[in-house]
Write a protein that binds this ligand. Structure first.
Ligand code: HEM
Length: 293
């Protein structure tokens, strides 16, 4: 931590900013440990999931799939045209040329027909069996991590203290949105309203939905939880929801990275690695209430 702090200090000194608030202990060890466990698991889940999707690169609404049903909402494929083979992506009947990335991709002169390109899948070559083994291993890793996070967060007060929105958070929402638009961040010991909503949305809505729709697709779950498949409107709709949640998580990740870069990457990274977070000086009017464990 000292090394990172001194890099940060010299960076700030050379930028002419020397005013600093106290370091506070913002992330407890369970939050940090589970954060990196699910980030790691989600990385492999995404890449192996895209490989599994490649085996049948279409999504449907409803219980049926295949020829004779008009319920495809997304299709990625390749077709022969006068200009040679082209990749396309069709969403709700609208077709886009996605040659080079989706549908038709690969090294120049060696392109092949595949929905997601080899750099976005694990394994990079087509191998459904290996992708499924990797996917299920990390699916259980993610589920166990989420359970540990939930138990630890309930016992150490992280969920109640840091994530549960309070009436003041709701009142602050318009100001918080305006601050984010202007990239003005207040560095305090607590999450702001948008962080609570985004992190809460990921941890209590998206990740559980991902796990439940994953289970709903599994034939072996029909015997254990027969209603699960019905709740999500059948296996094909569960698969479409599963894919949509993946897209939302990828969007969350991109915004998460942008916010970390904008808020000060060294300070943010230090907090999620060591727990310690540099707050704003107390006289800037934002309040720098930290906490200690
Ligand atoms: C799949 C990828 C990721 C997901 C789903 C994710 C999600 C989250 C969530 C839900 C939290 C709040 C945790 C809690 O309070 O219990 C969080 C915090 C945080 N994450 Fe991530 N994260 C991901 C990847 C990353 C990566 C790669 C980095 C670093 C480069 C990162 C840096 C941070 C930091 C610094 C915080 C604390 C933010 C703060 O205290 O203001 N995350 N993340």
């Amino acid at each position: 931590m000292d090394a990172i702090a001194s890099i940060e200090e010299s960076a700030e000194a050379s930028a002419g900013r020397s005013k600093k608030g106290p370091l506070v202990y913002r992330q407890n060890r369970w939050t940090r440990l589970t954060h990196w466990a699910w980030a790691f698991a989600l990385f492999f889940l995404l890449l192996s999931g895209l490989q599994i999707f490649n085996a049948r690169p279409q999504l449907y609404i409803g219980k049926e799939s295949g020829f004779g049903y008009n319920n495809t909402i997304l299709k990625i494929g390749a077709e022969n045209t006068n200009a040679g083979p082209r990749g396309f992506t069709e969403i709700l009947g609208y077709r886009f040329d996605t040659t080079g990335v989706l549908g038709w991709s690969g090294p120049l002169g060696n392109e092949t027909a595949r929905a997601f390109p080899s750099w976005a899948t694990v394994p990079s070559y087509y191998d459904l069996g290996t992708a499924r083994v990797i996917h299920f291993f990390f699916a259980w890793t993610l589920s166990a991590t989420l359970l540990v996070w939930l138990l630890a967060g309930l016992l150490n007060g992280h969920i109640r203290r840091d994530l549960a929105p309070r009436p003041a958070d709701i009142r602050n929402l318009p100001r918080d949105i305006a601050d984010h638009i202007r990239l003005r961040f207040h560095h305090t010991g607590r999450y702001n309203t948008l962080q609570k909503l985004a992190y809460g949305g990921v941890l209590f809505v998206l990740l559980p939905l991902m796990i439940l729709t994953g289970l709903a697709m599994s034939p072996s779950m029909n015997a254990v939880l027969p209603f699960l498949n019905e709740v999500f409107g059948g296996r094909q709709t569960a698969r479409t929801i599963h894919f949509t949640v993946m897209v939302l998580l990828v969007l969350f990740f991109l915004v998460h990275m942008l916010m970390i870069l904008a808020a000060g990457p060294i300070n943010e990274l230090r907090s999620i690695i060591t727990g310690w977070y540099r707050t704003d000086p107390p006289n800037d009017g934002t309040g720098t209430i930290g906490r200690s464990e």
